[in-house]
Write a protein that binds this ligand. Structure first.
Ligand SMILES: C[S@@+](CC[C@H](N)C(=O)[O-])C[C@H]1O[C@@H](n2cnc3c(N)ncnc32)[C@H](O)[C@@H]1O
Length: 281
């Protein structure tokens, strides 16, 4: 693992409460017999737009029972459990943070979804999966942490079945200049690797991944985040939230996220991509 990856893993997990502590917190404050998977969205949907963004992305592809889905950078697993519960998919989550994989595994067992959903600790640029394993790849807010985009997209091409889809909801570089730090994905520019929309389009084309749909969600995300930022600023009183993962700096990160959106320094793109089928199949 290189230095960047250690720093990224540390960024996401150094403040994070572990699986046992989160388990106790949920059990004491809510009880797993009362709480539904969707009630954890404040902490397990770690992207702009939260659960709404996950529902919108899922509607863009035709998911079917038994499909093999890989959630790359699965975090605490909100989306992976949703895809299993709602569509009957078999989902594997892959994440660089061992702590996140452990928490995601704990939550998934508590909700009785562990026969459908599992997590692997690993790096998206060197995935521990055979070629053509998955029908669908899923990414939400992860590519900005990955410097070697060519390695990432080649790995995605390799593990995706011919004719399979990649559903993506990502932060890209805006036209407004460099980002104000810290942000929820990085404390400094050293581990932030935003690419421009043009760069992304060029690379996908080179690797042979075909863009089927491209939607700019920046304004939608800005409005959502503005609303959520108000809640974040009072979040110390809320039991569940991203402050449990990112610590007290999360308030500053959320403020910067709003500024970055308002000043056009970041842009949010929802994208559906396909690995072309072989001989029409
Ligand atoms: C902002 S969080 C998003 C988590 C999840 N996709 C969600 O939307 O709730 C980014 C996640 O990407 C993971 N990540 C970053 N770089 C990675 C890499 N090279 N390989 C796998 N996971 C990575 C982090 O550990 C973190 O869990």
């Amino acid at each position: 693992m290189d230095l960047d990856q250690n720093v990224i893993e540390e960024h996401y997990a150094n403040q994070a409460i572990d699986a046992n502590a989160l388990n106790k917190l949920i059990e004491l404050d809510f009880g797993f017999d009362q709480i539904k998977p969707k009630d954890l969205a404040a902490i397990d949907e770690f992207h702009i737009g939260g659960r709404k963004a996950t529902l919108a992305l899922a509607r863009k592809i035709s998911l079917k029972r038994g499909m093999q889905v890989l959630d790359i950078g699965s975090g605490l697993g909100g989306a992976s459990r949703y895809l299993a519960l709602e569509f009957g998919c078999r989902v594997t989550g892959l994440d660089l943070s061992k702590k996140y994989c452990d928490i995601a595994g704990m939550l998934t067992r508590q909700f009785g979804l562990d026969s459908q959903v599992c997590y692997r600790h690993g790096n998206a640029v060197e995935m521990p999966f055979d070629k053509a394993t998955f029908d669908v790849l899923w990414t939400q807010h992860i590519t900005m942490n990955i410097s070697d985009k060519v390695a990432l997209y080649k790995e995605m091409w390799r593990v995706l079945k011919p004719g399979g889809f990649w559903a993506s909801y990502e932060i890209l570089a805006g036209v407004g200049g460099s980002v104000h730090f810290p942000v929820p994905w990085a404390r400094t520019p050293a581990t932030s690797f935003l690419q421009t929309p043009e760069h992304l389009q060029g690379l996908l084309d080179e690797i042979g991944l075909e863009i089927l749909s491209w939607q700019d969600k920046t304004e939608w995300g800005r409005l959502w985040f503005q609303n959520m930022n108000k809640k974040v600023q009072e979040q110390s009183s809320k039991p569940l939230g991203l402050h449990l993962l990112l610590g007290s700096e999360f308030k500053m990160m959320a403020q910067n996220q709003i500024r970055n959106l308002e000043e056009g320094r970041i842009t949010i793109i929802e994208l559906i991509v396909r690995r072309p089928p072989v001989n029409g199949h």
